[in-house]
Ligand binder design. Structure first.
Ligand code: BG6
Length: 507
């Protein structure tokens, strides 16, 4: 598991962009500092921006200092890390440019004595996913007799089922499936991976982990951020594509999957695909009753007035794109039949929080006053971020009173592990791809199945435009319509639902 990866060159297409500066390079630097990178290793940034290696290193250096981490200007490690970074200008939309690119890479590789292993990372706009790989193939760089070739593709992986299929067919004709790494950075989060350990390293849950004991499941990812500089991407994507199709359905699959036969990537990915295959198709009626989409209007976040979504840069002023989604779905298999799974996600909400809550069933009879208003006292709350934790809630007799019950919680917080730092998502995922471990990357069938499940909803919202789109003021909690519309549970009502935009809940 902890093996140092083979010697290799990481070739990042789109190297002058935001993702490379804000996520990839800081993650690679962490790996460098922890001595987890191969001894013989180079990073080659490729992009159209005209600059030389020195200028590229300088821009990385500055953005890493700006990133708010504890890097100091005289950090000697940072300087030696940047020495393994090179930059090559390439008109990536033009096939002829790749000859020179690969010649330069080959020279760098020979000079550094690196084996013939290239890991390509497409940190480019998604339109390039179908352009760059064929050029790599045309220059015979999609395979190697002496070493390996791998490719990492960022999300969004297509924007609907047919695009995802098309991309799969295209990439599948160029790289073997085992060398295609479709990244979902949520799976790189320590707390998401821990769902597997929590379930499969602890025998106490398994007898309870099914429809007999679990009433419903909630997966929530709320953010305070708006669309930042990504208005044009987001306006064509929306929350359903941006968060649900990828991150949140993957978390659901980790919670819902059967124990794999072995802890090998293929065995785990098989189980994930089985969950997606069991999703109950969304009928027109389900869409009307079990889904809700919203868009933020102007409001206040952290004391600052923020613009409405339609006023954001590069967003259509008439846009019907959803920035909030609530969804109730069912997994029609033996373990989960009729157990609702609620998914909520949105931008510009009151707080940043990603959480999965397993709500256990109530006792068959309620004897005690205060027993959670007729609902179960028992929830397992897995907080993925920001205060990473696992909490088990249960009813306790209030001392001294008759038999009054109040809900208390047994809490584990990751920060109590004083000596253990949580590696960043990109750190873990990059390292896995360098080692050839695809466990935390999505397989093509799972992605296609998740797109297939969402297709009726995407089609319906596209046809309906802003009919049925609710609005919520930036800075509010989960919009209250969620309760009336998709009948979510009182746990949500009590803790997360907005009172400011719901007259019934106003204090
Ligand atoms: C990205 C989405 O994949 O995940 C963003 O495109 C979102 O819109 C982000 O803000 C959330 O990730 P995290 O790790 O900050 O919760």
């Amino acid at each position: 598991m902890n093996k140092i990866p083979d010697s290799q060159i990481l070739v990042i297409f789109g190297a002058s962009g935001d993702l490379t500066h804000r996520k990839l390079m800081p993650a690679l630097f962490e790996l460098f500092e922890r001595k987890l990178l191969p001894e013989k290793f180079l990073i080659v940034g490729v992009a159209r921006t005209r600059q030389n290696t020195e200028e590229f290193r300088q821009s990385l250096y500055e953005s890493m200092l700006r990133s708010g981490k504890t890097y100091t200007t005289d950090n000697p490690h940072l300087t030696s890390f940047l020495r393994c970074v090179y930059y090559i200008v390439c008109e990536t939309t033009e096939g002829e440019a790749y000859g020179a690119l690969f010649r330069e890479i080959e020279q760098l590789r020979n000079a550094a004595g690196i084996d013939d292993n290239l890991l390509f990372y497409l940190a480019t706009p998604p339109t390039m996913y179908s352009i760059i790989p064929p050029f790599i193939q045309a220059h015979h760089q999609n395979r190697s007799k002496q070493g390996w070739r791998r490719i990492i593709i960022e999300k969004p992986y297509g924007s609907n089922e047919s695009e995802a299929r098309h991309l799969d067919r295209l990439l599948g004709g160029i790289f073997p499936e085992r060398e295609i790494y479709r990244i979902d950075h949520f799976l790189g989060k320590e707390t998401v991976q821990n769902i597997l350990v929590l379930r499969f390293a602890n025998a106490i849950w398994e007898p309870l982990w099914n429809r007999n004991y679990i009433d419903h499941i909630e997966i929530t990812a709320t953010e305070t951020l708006g669309v930042e500089q990504r208005g044009s991407y987001y306006d064509s994507a929306g929350a359903l594509r941006d968060m649900v199709q990828s991150h949140l359905l993957q978390i659901m699959a980790f919670i819902a999957m059967e124990p794999p036969a072995t802890f090998e990537p293929e065995a785990i990915r098989d189980e994930i695909s089985k969950v997606f295959r069991s999703l109950r198709p969304l009928s027109r009626d389900d869409i009307a009753r079990h889904t809700l989409r919203g868009q933020y209007t102007t409001g206040v976040i952290d004391g600052q007035q923020v613009p409405a979504y339609r006023e954001e840069a590069h967003v259509d002023p008439q846009s019907a794109t959803e920035t909030f989604v609530a969804l109730k779905l069912f997994i029609d298999n033996w373990r989960w039949a009729d157990v609702p799974v609620y998914i909520y996600t949105g931008k510009r909400l009151a707080e940043k929080r990603s959480e999965a809550v397993i709500h256990f069933r109530n006792t068959p009879r309620t004897f005690f006053p205060g027993q959670c208003c007729g609902n179960s006292c028992n929830q397992l709350v897995i907080t993925l971020q920001p205060d990473e934790s696992i909490r088990l809630r249960f009813g306790l007799k209030q001392p001294g009173s008759n038999f009054e019950v109040s809900q208390v919680s047994m809490d584990f917080f990751y920060k109590s592990l004083a000596t253990t730092r949580l590696p960043g998502a990109y750190e873990r995922l990059l390292l896995d791809a360098m080692r050839g471990d695809a466990l935390l990357y999505s397989r093509s069938d799972a992605l296609e199945l998740s797109w297939h499940f969402l297709a009726p909803l995407l089609d319906c919202w596209e046809q309906e435009k802003d009919e049925g789109l609710i609005t919520y003021p930036a800075g509010c909690k989960i919009p209250h319509e969620v309760i009336s519309r998709i009948n979510a549970d009182p746990y949500l009502l009590e803790e997360s639902v907005c009172s400011c935009c719901n007259p019934d809940l106003r204090p």
